[in-house]
Design a binder for this molecule. Structure first.
Ligand code: FES
Length: 124
């Protein structure tokens, strides 16, 4: 499998010690213009199935699969920074992954998201 990824050096001021590994893997997910403000888009890459959210001037990325069941969050309804699963209407905060409304009880995984050169990227 191939995907659009590259290594970047982590700035020294973000390291906790000199011995910490200084390179992280970044994966390009899509162009910013491919996700309209207030929308969510599914992206499959690097063995991951992700949901990319555009909230105002910010982008966020989470796993696409709802932690409660078979729901796909990219098929849900985004209101500000909260995504409602289309299956049982559970809700998550896309910034933190926290559960906002049951029946979900397990937070959704979030990814460090970077917007650079017009592309939405995550660090792994
Ligand atoms: S599958 Fe998402 S709320 Fe149940």
């Amino acid at each position: 499998m191939t995907f659009d990824a590259f290594e970047v050096n982590k700035p020294l001021d973000q390291l906790q010690s000199k011995d910490q590994y200084t390179t992280v893997l970044r994966v390009r997910l899509c162009k910013t213009e491919e996700v309209a403000d207030g929308e969510v888009r599914k992206v499959e890459t690097a063995g991951l199935v992700l949901a990319v959210y555009h909230v105002g001037s910010e982008f966020f990325v989470t796993d696409d699969a709802c932690t409660h069941g078979p729901g796909s969050l990219s098929e849900g309804f985004l209101e500000c920074d909260v995504i409602e699963c289309n299956f049982h209407q559970g809700r998550f905060n896309v910034r933190t992954g926290a559960v906002v409304l049951p029946p979900c009880t397990i937070p959704i995984k979030t990814y460090k998201t970077i917007v650079e050169e017009g592309a939405v990227q995550i660090e792994l």
